[in-house]
Design a protein around this ligand. Structure first.
Ligand code: GUN
Ligand code: ZN
Length: 432
C-alpha cells in the first residue's frame, strides 16, 4: 500500500486545554504518516519518515485535524446574507422558500456539490447537517459525501406544521422517510444518519412522538434540533406546547434528550433546563455568527460548561454568515468577551476539532492527529494575507500564531484540506 508523509508543523489535541495543561502535542519539525486513509504515525519528522512514503512538504504551515461543523443547514447554501428581521421572519421570508427547491433531485445534487466544496474550501472535513424536508435532499448529500469519502452526519428535517406546504411532511411520512434513509445510509462507509425534527414550532406532538420512536428504535443514533434561540420563538413554542414546563421539556417528553442529542443555539436557558441538559448529557451547540446576525443573543459557554454540559461550536449556515470555522471562532471569541469570559486560542482550536468530535460522539474516529484516526486534516497558513503577514512579523509563539488565524483567518488561510489522506481543497472552478 502506498504511504504518504505529510511534513509540517503538526498540532494535535488529546484533551481540552480549558480543562488540563496536558492537552496537546506540537511538533515544530513534525510529520504525519498516512496509509489507507488513516494516520499510521505522528511525531518528529526524524522519527516518522519512511523510505516507502511519498513526501508532501507543507512547511512552514501548521497541520492539524480538519475542522468539524456540528450544526449546518445543507439547503441554506443560497440563504446566507438574507436580509430579514429576526429568526421567524427570516425562516418564513427567505429560508422556507429556498428549501422548497430541494424537492428537485437535480437541484439538490448540484447544491450538494457546492455545499461540500464550501466545507472543504474552508478546511471543514466533517459536519452534522440538516437537510430539507425532502428525502431527495438527504439522498443528494449522502451520495455526494460518499463519493468524496467524507464523514458526514445528516438527516432530513421533520416538519409538519407552521410552514408552507412545499416544505411540510406528515408525522407518518417523516417517520417512513427517516426510516428508509436510516436503512439505506446509516453506517454506510463514513456516513451517519441523524434524526432531525427541525424544532418544536414546526412539529406537531404526533411528529415529535415519531422522532422519539425513531430514537428508541435506533439506539445510538444522534438527534439534532433547535432550542431557545430567540425570544419570539420561545413564546410561540410555549403557546404550542402549553403543558410543557419549558422548551427543553418538550423534547424531553418525547425521549429526545441524551448524550447524542444536539441542541442548536441553547441561548435563553432557565436553570432547570441547564440542570436537565447536564443530567441527560445533552449537547449544546453554539452558533456565534448566526446568533449575532439574527440578533438571537449571546451564548453562555462558560455557564454551560460549568454546569457540566458538553458544548460544540458551529457555523449554522445560512443563519450563520461565514463558512469558515476560523471566522466562527473569531465571533465566538467576541461573544465570550461580551460575557466577560476568556477564550484561549488553544482552547478555540481544540473546540473546532476534537471538541466538536466529542460533542458529536465521534472522537474515536476524527478530531485529533493520532494513530488510527482518519487522516482528515487541514493545513493552515498564519501568513496567508498581507494583513496577517504584517501582524505575524510581531508574534513569536504558536499561541499567537493560532490567534492570528482565529481572528483574521478564513478560507485564504487554508492551504490544503485532506479527507482520509487525499488532498481535497477545491480549486477555483465554479461550484456548478
Ligand atoms: N430554527 C428552526 N429552523 C432554523 C434554521 O434553519 N436556522 C436557525 N438558525 N434556526 C432555526
Ligand atoms: Zn440551525
Amino acid at each position: 500500500m502506498t504511504k504518504t508523509l505529510l511534513r509540517g508543523r503538526v498540532l494535535s489535541f488529546h484533551a481540552d486545554p480549558a480543562e488540563t495543561a496536558d492537552s496537546h502535542r506540537f511538533w515544530e519539525n513534525g510529520a504525519i504518516l498516512v496509509e489507507d486513509g488513516r494516520i499510521l504515525a505522528v511525531g518528529d519528522y526524524a522519527d516518522t519518515r519512511d523510505p516507502e512514503a511519498r513526501e508532501i512538504d507543507h512547511r512552514p504551515h501548521i497541520i492539524m485535524a480538519g475542522f468539524i461543523d456540528p450544526h449546518i443547514h445543507f439547503p441554506q447554501v443560497q440563504v446566507v446574507a438574507a436580509w430579514a428581521a429576526q429568526l421567524l421572519d427570516w425562516l418564513n421570508d427567505h429560508t422556507f422558500p429556498i428549501e422548497a427547491q430541494y424537492r428537485d433531485p437535480a437541484h439538490a445534487a448540484r447544491m450538494a456539490e457546492a455545499f461540500l466544496d464550501q466545507l472543504l474550501l474552508n478546511g471543514t472535513t466533517t459536519a452534522s447537517a440538516f437537510c430539507s424536508v425532502h428525502r431527495e435532499s438527504a439522498e443528494a448529500l449522502f451520495t455526494a459525501a460518499e463519493v468524496r469519502g467524507m464523514a458526514m452526519l445528516a438527516g432530513k428535517v421533520m416538519m409538519d406544521r407552521n410552514a408552507p406546504d412545499a416544505v411540510l411532511d406528515t408525522a407518518q411520512a417523516s417517520y417512513d422517510d427517516s426510516r428508509a434513509l436510516i436503512d439505506r445510509w446509516h453506517g454506510r462507509g463514513r456516513l451517519e444518519y441523524v434524526i432531525t425534527p427541525r424544532f418544536a414550532i414546526t412539529s406537531t406532538p404526533g411528529q415529535l412522538r415519531a422522532a422519539g420512536t425513531l430514537a428508541a428504535e435506533n439506539p445510538g443514533l444522534a438527534v439534532q434540533t433547535h432550542l431557545n434561540e430567540n425570544r419570539a420563538e420561545i413564546e410561540l413554542t410555549m403557546q404550542l406546547y402549553p403543558e410543557a414546563q419549558d422548551y427543553l421539556d418538550i423534547y424531553d417528553r418525547f425521549g429526545l434528550l441524551g448524550p447524542r442529542s444536539l441542541m442548536g443555539h441553547a441561548i435563553h436557558m432557565n436553570d432547570r433546563e441547564i440542570a436537565r441538559m447536564a443530567e441527560t448529557g445533552t449537547r449544546a451547540i453554539h452558533c456565534p455568527t448566526s446568533n449575532l446576525f439574527l440578533g438571537s443573543g449571546l451564548f453562555d459557554d462558560r455557564g454551560m460548561r460549568d454546569a457540566g454540559i458538553v458544548t460544540g461550536v458551529a457555523t449554522d449556515i445560512g443563519g450563520g454568515t461565514n463558512w469558515s470555522m476560523l471566522a466562527t471562532l473569531a465571533e465566538a471569541y467576541k461573544i465570550a468577551q461580551m460575557r466577560g469570559q476568556r477564550m484561549h486560542p488553544l482552547a478555540a482550536f481544540h473546540w473546532a476539532t476534537r471538541g466538536n468530535a466529542v460533542a458529536l460522539g465521534i472522537e474515536d474516529r476524527v478530531g485529533s492527529v493520532q494513530p488510527g484516526r482518519f487522516a482528515d486534516l487541514v493545513v493552515l497558513d498564519p501568513r496567508a494575507t498581507q494583513a496577517m503577514r504584517l501582524r505575524h512579523d510581531k508574534v513569536d509563539s504558536l499561541m499567537q500564531e493560532l490567534f492570528i488565524l482565529q481572528v483574521m483567518g478564513d478560507d485564504r488561510a487554508v492551504v490544503e484540506t485532506y479527507v482520509a489522506g487525499r488532498p481535497m481543497k477545491p480549486g477555483m472552478r465554479p461550484a456548478n
